[in-house]
Ligand binder design. Structure first.
Ligand SMILES: *[C@@H]1O[C@H](CO)[C@@H](O)[C@H](O)[C@H]1NC(C)=O
Ligand SMILES: *[C@@H]1O[C@H](CO)[C@@H](O)[C@H](O)[C@H]1NC(C)=O
Ligand SMILES: *[C@@H]1O[C@H](CO)[C@@H](O)[C@H](O)[C@H]1NC(C)=O
Length: 241
Protein backbone atom coordinates (compact mmCIF):
# COMPACT_ATOMS: atom_id res chain seq x y z
CA UNK A 1 0.00 0.00 0.00
CA UNK A 2 2.77 2.42 0.97
CA UNK A 3 4.44 1.82 -2.38
CA UNK A 4 1.24 2.77 -4.19
CA UNK A 5 0.60 5.91 -2.14
CA UNK A 6 4.01 7.46 -2.86
CA UNK A 7 3.49 7.96 -6.63
CA UNK A 8 -0.10 8.97 -5.92
CA UNK A 9 0.98 11.85 -3.68
CA UNK A 10 3.72 12.72 -6.12
CA UNK A 11 1.20 13.03 -8.96
CA UNK A 12 -1.22 14.91 -6.71
CA UNK A 13 1.39 17.50 -5.80
CA UNK A 14 2.36 17.87 -9.46
CA UNK A 15 -1.25 18.57 -10.41
CA UNK A 16 -1.46 21.22 -7.65
CA UNK A 17 1.70 23.00 -8.83
CA UNK A 18 -0.05 25.47 -11.14
CA UNK A 19 -2.33 26.44 -8.24
CA UNK A 20 0.56 27.16 -5.90
CA UNK A 21 0.76 30.94 -6.47
CA UNK A 22 -2.96 31.28 -5.74
CA UNK A 23 -2.78 29.09 -2.67
CA UNK A 24 0.16 31.07 -1.30
CA UNK A 25 -1.42 34.41 -2.07
CA UNK A 26 -4.69 33.64 -0.35
CA UNK A 27 -2.78 32.31 2.65
CA UNK A 28 -0.63 35.41 3.13
CA UNK A 29 -3.54 37.88 3.02
CA UNK A 30 -6.44 35.99 4.59
CA UNK A 31 -9.80 37.66 4.33
CA UNK A 32 -8.57 40.79 2.55
CA UNK A 33 -10.06 41.70 -0.81
CA UNK A 34 -7.74 42.53 -3.69
CA UNK A 35 -8.78 46.20 -3.61
CA UNK A 36 -7.70 46.45 0.03
CA UNK A 37 -4.41 44.73 -0.69
CA UNK A 38 -3.61 47.32 -3.33
CA UNK A 39 -4.44 50.25 -1.08
CA UNK A 40 -2.44 48.91 1.88
CA UNK A 41 0.79 48.93 -0.13
CA UNK A 42 2.57 52.22 0.83
CA UNK A 43 3.75 52.88 -2.72
CA UNK A 44 0.15 52.91 -3.94
CA UNK A 45 -0.54 56.11 -1.93
CA UNK A 46 1.99 58.06 -3.94
CA UNK A 47 3.22 57.44 -7.46
CA UNK A 48 6.08 59.24 -9.16
CA UNK A 49 5.32 59.78 -12.82
CA UNK A 50 7.56 57.92 -15.21
CA UNK A 51 9.05 59.46 -18.34
CA UNK A 52 11.83 61.81 -17.23
CA UNK A 53 15.03 60.74 -18.98
CA UNK A 54 17.24 62.80 -16.66
CA UNK A 55 17.13 65.33 -13.83
CA UNK A 56 17.92 68.03 -16.39
CA UNK A 57 14.85 66.98 -18.38
CA UNK A 58 12.75 67.30 -15.24
CA UNK A 59 14.22 70.72 -14.36
CA UNK A 60 13.59 71.92 -17.92
CA UNK A 61 9.90 71.09 -17.64
CA UNK A 62 9.62 72.80 -14.22
CA UNK A 63 11.42 75.89 -15.51
CA UNK A 64 9.16 75.98 -18.52
CA UNK A 65 6.20 76.68 -16.24
CA UNK A 66 8.08 78.97 -13.87
CA UNK A 67 9.52 81.05 -16.71
CA UNK A 68 6.39 81.11 -18.88
CA UNK A 69 6.05 84.88 -19.58
CA UNK A 70 2.25 84.75 -19.80
CA UNK A 71 1.94 82.94 -16.44
CA UNK A 72 4.47 85.25 -14.77
CA UNK A 73 2.52 88.29 -15.92
CA UNK A 74 -0.71 86.83 -14.52
CA UNK A 75 0.99 85.82 -11.24
CA UNK A 76 2.38 89.30 -10.70
CA UNK A 77 -0.73 91.26 -11.68
CA UNK A 78 -4.33 90.09 -11.50
CA UNK A 79 -3.42 86.95 -9.49
CA UNK A 80 -1.33 88.75 -6.91
CA UNK A 81 -3.83 90.39 -4.56
CA UNK A 82 -6.24 87.46 -4.63
CA UNK A 83 -3.49 84.97 -3.79
CA UNK A 84 -2.00 87.14 -1.05
CA UNK A 85 -5.39 87.50 0.60
CA UNK A 86 -6.12 83.75 0.48
CA UNK A 87 -2.65 82.90 1.83
CA UNK A 88 -3.11 85.53 4.57
CA UNK A 89 -6.23 83.72 5.75
CA UNK A 90 -4.40 80.37 5.81
CA UNK A 91 -1.43 81.79 7.74
CA UNK A 92 -3.60 83.79 10.17
CA UNK A 93 -5.48 80.59 10.96
CA UNK A 94 -2.23 78.68 11.48
CA UNK A 95 -0.99 81.43 13.78
CA UNK A 96 -4.25 81.35 15.77
CA UNK A 97 -3.80 77.58 16.11
CA UNK A 98 -0.27 78.06 17.48
CA UNK A 99 1.63 76.60 14.51
CA UNK A 100 3.19 79.94 13.55
CA UNK A 101 4.12 83.04 15.53
CA UNK A 102 5.20 86.60 14.74
CA UNK A 103 8.82 85.79 15.49
CA UNK A 104 8.87 82.53 13.49
CA UNK A 105 11.57 82.22 10.89
CA UNK A 106 9.53 81.06 7.87
CA UNK A 107 10.34 79.51 4.48
CA UNK A 108 7.98 79.09 1.53
CA UNK A 109 9.15 76.22 -0.66
CA UNK A 110 8.49 76.62 -4.38
CA UNK A 111 7.15 80.14 -3.92
CA UNK A 112 7.18 81.32 -7.58
CA UNK A 113 6.72 85.12 -7.38
CA UNK A 114 6.41 85.10 -3.58
CA UNK A 115 2.73 85.68 -2.85
CA UNK A 116 2.99 83.45 0.23
CA UNK A 117 5.91 85.52 1.53
CA UNK A 118 4.03 88.76 0.92
CA UNK A 119 1.13 87.31 2.94
CA UNK A 120 3.41 86.31 5.84
CA UNK A 121 5.06 89.74 5.93
CA UNK A 122 1.71 91.53 5.75
CA UNK A 123 0.69 89.55 8.85
CA UNK A 124 3.80 90.79 10.67
CA UNK A 125 5.85 87.61 10.25
CA UNK A 126 8.82 89.55 8.95
CA UNK A 127 11.53 86.87 9.09
CA UNK A 128 10.14 85.08 6.03
CA UNK A 129 11.56 84.17 2.65
CA UNK A 130 10.61 82.13 -0.40
CA UNK A 131 12.68 79.72 -2.47
CA UNK A 132 12.24 78.58 -6.09
CA UNK A 133 14.29 77.52 -9.11
CA UNK A 134 13.95 81.07 -10.41
CA UNK A 135 14.53 83.85 -7.85
CA UNK A 136 12.09 86.76 -7.57
CA UNK A 137 13.86 89.45 -5.57
CA UNK A 138 13.31 90.50 -2.82
CA UNK A 139 10.82 87.84 -1.72
CA UNK A 140 12.19 84.66 -3.34
CA UNK A 141 15.75 83.33 -3.45
CA UNK A 142 17.08 80.68 -5.81
CA UNK A 143 16.98 77.07 -4.59
CA UNK A 144 16.00 73.52 -5.49
CA UNK A 145 13.68 71.83 -2.98
CA UNK A 146 15.54 68.56 -3.55
CA UNK A 147 18.67 70.22 -2.16
CA UNK A 148 17.80 73.34 -0.15
CA UNK A 149 20.51 76.02 0.04
CA UNK A 150 20.05 76.41 3.82
CA UNK A 151 21.86 75.09 6.88
CA UNK A 152 20.29 72.47 9.16
CA UNK A 153 17.67 73.80 11.59
CA UNK A 154 17.28 77.19 9.89
CA UNK A 155 13.50 77.61 10.13
CA UNK A 156 10.61 77.40 12.59
CA UNK A 157 8.00 77.10 9.84
CA UNK A 158 7.93 75.85 6.25
CA UNK A 159 5.03 76.03 3.84
CA UNK A 160 4.65 74.47 0.41
CA UNK A 161 1.93 73.88 -2.13
CA UNK A 162 4.19 72.30 -4.75
CA UNK A 163 4.64 68.79 -3.30
CA UNK A 164 3.20 67.39 -6.55
CA UNK A 165 6.18 68.85 -8.41
CA UNK A 166 8.69 66.74 -6.49
CA UNK A 167 10.40 64.10 -8.62
CA UNK A 168 11.93 62.68 -5.42
CA UNK A 169 9.21 63.17 -2.78
CA UNK A 170 11.36 61.50 -0.10
CA UNK A 171 14.14 64.04 -0.68
CA UNK A 172 11.66 66.91 -0.76
CA UNK A 173 10.50 65.89 2.73
CA UNK A 174 13.98 65.05 4.04
CA UNK A 175 15.22 68.52 3.11
CA UNK A 176 12.29 70.15 4.92
CA UNK A 177 12.98 68.08 8.05
CA UNK A 178 16.69 68.88 7.84
CA UNK A 179 16.16 72.64 7.64
CA UNK A 180 13.39 72.74 10.27
CA UNK A 181 14.34 73.27 13.91
CA UNK A 182 13.22 70.60 16.36
CA UNK A 183 9.64 71.57 17.24
CA UNK A 184 9.32 73.40 13.91
CA UNK A 185 6.21 73.07 11.78
CA UNK A 186 5.76 72.06 8.14
CA UNK A 187 2.48 72.86 6.39
CA UNK A 188 1.72 71.28 3.02
CA UNK A 189 -1.23 71.94 0.75
CA UNK A 190 -1.83 68.91 -1.47
CA UNK A 191 -4.57 67.54 -3.68
CA UNK A 192 -6.22 64.19 -3.17
CA UNK A 193 -9.35 64.62 -5.23
CA UNK A 194 -7.91 65.58 -8.59
CA UNK A 195 -4.75 64.94 -10.61
CA UNK A 196 -2.17 67.68 -11.05
CA UNK A 197 -1.26 69.22 -14.36
CA UNK A 198 1.37 68.12 -16.86
CA UNK A 199 4.05 69.76 -14.71
CA UNK A 200 3.26 67.49 -11.78
CA UNK A 201 5.92 64.87 -11.15
CA UNK A 202 3.89 62.70 -8.77
CA UNK A 203 0.31 61.74 -8.00
CA UNK A 204 -0.96 61.44 -4.44
CA UNK A 205 -3.88 59.17 -3.57
CA UNK A 206 -3.97 59.32 0.23
CA UNK A 207 -2.57 61.46 3.05
CA UNK A 208 -0.36 58.53 4.10
CA UNK A 209 1.61 58.89 0.85
CA UNK A 210 3.08 62.08 2.32
CA UNK A 211 2.99 61.48 6.05
CA UNK A 212 4.93 58.19 5.76
CA UNK A 213 7.87 60.18 4.33
CA UNK A 214 8.14 62.38 7.46
CA UNK A 215 10.43 60.22 9.60
CA UNK A 216 11.22 62.90 12.21
CA UNK A 217 7.81 64.56 12.53
CA UNK A 218 4.33 63.88 13.83
CA UNK A 219 1.08 64.71 12.08
CA UNK A 220 -0.52 67.53 14.07
CA UNK A 221 -3.57 68.40 11.97
CA UNK A 222 -5.32 67.52 8.72
CA UNK A 223 -8.15 69.56 7.28
CA UNK A 224 -9.90 70.29 4.02
CA UNK A 225 -9.02 73.62 2.43
CA UNK A 226 -9.79 75.41 -0.80
CA UNK A 227 -6.35 76.47 -1.94
CA UNK A 228 -6.01 77.06 -5.66
CA UNK A 229 -6.99 73.54 -6.67
CA UNK A 230 -5.37 71.97 -3.60
CA UNK A 231 -7.89 70.49 -1.21
CA UNK A 232 -6.02 69.21 1.85
CA UNK A 233 -3.82 70.90 4.45
CA UNK A 234 -1.35 68.77 6.41
CA UNK A 235 0.40 70.15 9.48
CA UNK A 236 3.44 68.21 10.71
CA UNK A 237 5.61 69.07 13.67
CA UNK A 238 9.23 68.02 13.84
CA UNK A 239 9.92 66.12 17.02
CA UNK A 240 12.15 67.80 19.61
CA UNK A 241 15.54 66.04 19.72
C1 LIG B 1 8.01 75.48 -23.04
O1 LIG B 1 7.08 76.53 -22.99
C2 LIG B 1 6.81 77.16 -24.23
C3 LIG B 1 5.86 78.31 -23.97
O2 LIG B 1 6.37 79.17 -22.99
C4 LIG B 1 6.28 76.15 -25.21
O3 LIG B 1 6.08 76.76 -26.49
C5 LIG B 1 7.24 74.99 -25.36
O4 LIG B 1 6.72 73.99 -26.19
C6 LIG B 1 7.56 74.40 -24.01
N1 LIG B 1 8.57 73.36 -24.12
C7 LIG B 1 8.51 72.21 -23.45
C8 LIG B 1 9.66 71.28 -23.63
O5 LIG B 1 7.59 71.92 -22.71
C1 LIG C 1 8.83 83.73 19.85
O1 LIG C 1 8.51 84.46 21.02
C2 LIG C 1 7.89 83.72 22.04
C3 LIG C 1 7.47 84.67 23.15
O2 LIG C 1 8.45 85.63 23.40
C4 LIG C 1 8.83 82.61 22.49
O3 LIG C 1 8.21 81.83 23.49
C5 LIG C 1 9.20 81.74 21.31
O4 LIG C 1 10.13 80.75 21.68
C6 LIG C 1 9.78 82.60 20.18
N1 LIG C 1 10.11 81.82 19.02
C7 LIG C 1 9.23 81.20 18.23
C8 LIG C 1 9.78 80.51 17.04
O5 LIG C 1 8.04 81.19 18.45
C1 LIG D 1 1.64 89.75 15.74
O1 LIG D 1 1.74 90.80 14.80
C2 LIG D 1 0.50 91.40 14.47
C3 LIG D 1 0.73 92.40 13.35
O2 LIG D 1 1.91 93.13 13.54
C4 LIG D 1 -0.11 92.02 15.72
O3 LIG D 1 -1.36 92.58 15.41
C5 LIG D 1 -0.28 90.94 16.78
O4 LIG D 1 -0.75 91.51 17.98
C6 LIG D 1 1.04 90.23 17.03
N1 LIG D 1 0.82 89.12 17.94
C7 LIG D 1 1.55 88.92 19.03
C8 LIG D 1 1.20 87.73 19.84
O5 LIG D 1 2.47 89.66 19.34
Amino acid sequence: MKQLLKPFFFLLSLSLLPLLPFLLRSRSYPGVSLANQISTSPSAFLQVRPGFRSYDDYLKLQLNKTLNPRLRRIWSTRDWARKVSVFSRFFADLRDAGFLSNNSSALCVGARMGQEVAALRALGISDSIGMDLVPASPLVVRGDFHSQPFADASFDFEFSNVFDHALYPDRFVKEIERTLRPGGVCVLHVTLSRRGDRYSANDLFAVEGVTALFRESDLARVRKVDGFGLDTELVLRRRSA
